[in-house]
Write a protein that binds this ligand. Sequence first.
Ligand code: ADP
Ligand code: 3PG
Ligand code: MG
Length: 391
Amino acid sequence: MLNKKTVRDIEVNSKKVLLRCDLNVPLDKDTKSIILSDKRIVESLKTINYLLSAGAKVIICSHMSNRTTSLKPVSIRLSELLNKNVEFCGDILSDEVSEKIKMMQNGDVILLENLRMHAEEEANDIEFAKKIASLADVYVNDAFGTTHRAHASIVGVTEFLPAVSGFLIEKEIDALDHSINNPKRPIIAIIGGAKVSTKIGVITTLMDKVDAILIGGAMAYTFIKSKGGKIGKSLCEDDKLDIASEILKKAEEKNIKLLLPVDNIITTDLSGSSDTQVCDSNNIPEDYSGVDIGPKTIEIYKKEIGNAATVVWNGPLGIFEIERFSNGTKEIANTIANSNIISIIGGGDVVAAVEELGLDSKMTHVSTGGGASLEFMEGKELPGIKSLQDK
Ligand code: ADP
Ligand code: 3PG
Ligand code: MG
């Protein structure tokens, strides 16, 4: 449970509210103006609407990962979704913005430019934090996807303003916390993705909390090699073989079921334009790479899902971006979506896969956080949550 104050706990009528959202949405690569998924904007609406109805003057700020990318397209989509003009006011430190804020009426909303255009944002520069805080009377953080970043608009600013959480942070923490720390059992975790190194923390933490861990993705090959299997040209982190062995040993000691793929889709052509083959794990020929889990593995994993009451899923099971290598991720996503299981999906790429398949509405909770949800699942303290006022 989130034990921090929320917008419900403070008076916002007639107040200037600095609302930090994570509106870092994917844009098309060419024009950088077409929004490819508006999930993060849609998920921010509840807090924005609440503040507007409560008579606040809402000053929204966000980052884009790319320091030069503008948030202008987001203001257009946000206006459509709110059915209200959201003026795009530009640079947070400009005179134009401070003048505009002085003129704001209760129930007005504006959006400011990408905070990372100022290097001080990522440096958590205290003077910058003070300046942005001076624009408002209170601060609301609803940027769940950025709570793992100790940046000026996430942490520094809370030293200068009363700081509370919005509804999205509350929803994310409640869903993730409940599913992992107080789950309906049996609970299984499916962990995939590219690298063991980025998932060691989450696997180790979940080992003490779940009944089974199902491994997929490229990182499966580091585990398979650590057990002496032949993995051909599959991705492998050779410097993590010892850690992979240790994790397998620990799982055995703790009597945790940790499943590795028993078969794989393999190819010599990573572009995905040639036919693939199925190959048992441990014996992948020298010139081949494993790019997806195979049919036997899919059946085994489906059975585990069928016996579980809760599933936590982080990381795709193959190179899902390429049609020929996407079957494992698709089959598992469909199985979860069409069962009555509690399903918590977290991680930038696995969420993109589930959304692409149009299955997001069939999941219990699809997180807006990539790194943030991973760090939460690892049991790390998120600086953007820590810095908010306690209840
Ligand atoms: P998430 O963002 O969901 O946490 P990761 O960032 O850890 O996931 O990993 C996602 C990436 O892993 C994807 O780009 C996917 O193509 C890649 N991947 C999955 N399986 C394989 C594989 N067998 N070989 C190479 N890359 C893989
Ligand atoms: C994300 O997309 O995970 C968040 O918006 C944080 O972005 P960042 O990884 O660029 O800090
Ligand atoms: Mg990723």
